[in-house]
Design a binder for this molecule. Structure first.
Ligand SMILES: Nc1ncnc2c1ncn2[C@@H]1O[C@H](COP(=O)(O)OP(=O)(O)OP(=O)(O)O)[C@@H](O)[C@H]1O
Length: 224
């Protein structure tokens, strides 16, 4: 559950979010809007990567301004560019690296890494160099590195932007079966077809908040 109460975010001279209020409880939530409308900034508020200048963001009952560390342990964030998230030489090591602070027995780390790689079709690549994976496989690896931490909420910032149609579909399929609440910022409107709710941002404000068809229709109108 994510709650925003009259959230404003000022970055330098610019007010990037201008009074956003919403209670986000649905399982699949999309965020769309023009370039520069504030979508990434909004997504970054959800796990305390960005903080409101005024107003409050409450995630899983915690104020992000006061308990960002606690929230970050429960809210996973997937960046657009998986290369920004891949830090270790091999696929399995990269996923295991996410668990480094959990002080788990080596065997449990091995099992959890193997299970998440298996679930996302990367088991055969466990010992391969992470940077030699294809763009789509890298995106799945970044997803595995977030999911191995078993977050309660997953935030994805344009997860399919760098992917071809086949890999975009793969990510969409994975998205469909994830048990977590997922919030996805995207320009890939087809990804949102079966979502519960879509917010449309325009110049720092939510100008539509509706089921996908209606929200996408509103967005197309804005862009016309
Ligand atoms: N550190 C900063 N200082 C000043 N302005 C910033 C800063 N970071 C972002 N902005 C501005 O804030 C606005 C919103 O940026 P944001 O990345 O949230 O938009 P977006 O909707 O995700 O855009 P896109 O679709 O292009 O990724 C943009 O005009 C951007 O230039």
């Amino acid at each position: 559950m994510i709650e925003l109460a009259d959230v404003r975010v000022r970055l330098g001279e610019r007010e990037v979010l201008r009074g956003v209020s919403a209670t986000l409880a649905e399982r699949r939530i999309g965020v769309i809007g023009a370039n520069g409308s504030g979508k990434s900034t909004l997504a970054r508020l959800f796990n305390g990567l960005a903080l409101p200048t005024t107003g409050t963001v409450t995630v899983l009952g915690h104020d992000t301004r006061r308990q960002a560390a606690k929230i970050r342990r429960r809210v996973g964030f997937l960046f657009t560019d998986p290369d920004a998230q891949i830090v270790m030489p091999t696929v399995a090591e990269d996923v295991a690296f996410s668990l480094r602070r959990h002080k788990l027995p080596a065997e449990e780390v091995r099992d959890r890494v193997a299970a998440v790689l298996e679930r996302h079709g990367l088991a055969g690549h466990a010992d391969h160099p992470a940077h030699q994976l294809s763009g789509g496989q890298k995106q799945l690896l970044a997803l595995c590195s977030v999911l191995v931490l078993e977050p309660e909420i997953l935030i994805m910032d344009e997860p399919t932007t760098l992917l071809d149609l086949r890999h975009s579909r793969l990510v969409a399929e994975h998205l469909r079966v994830l048990p977590q609440q997922v919030v996805v910022v995207t320009h890939d409107l087809s990804l949102l077809a079966d979502f519960d709710r879509v917010l449309v941002l325009d110049d720092g404000r939510v100008v539509a908040d509706a089921p996908p068809d209606e929200a996408i229709g509103h967005y197309r109108g804005l862009m016309a």
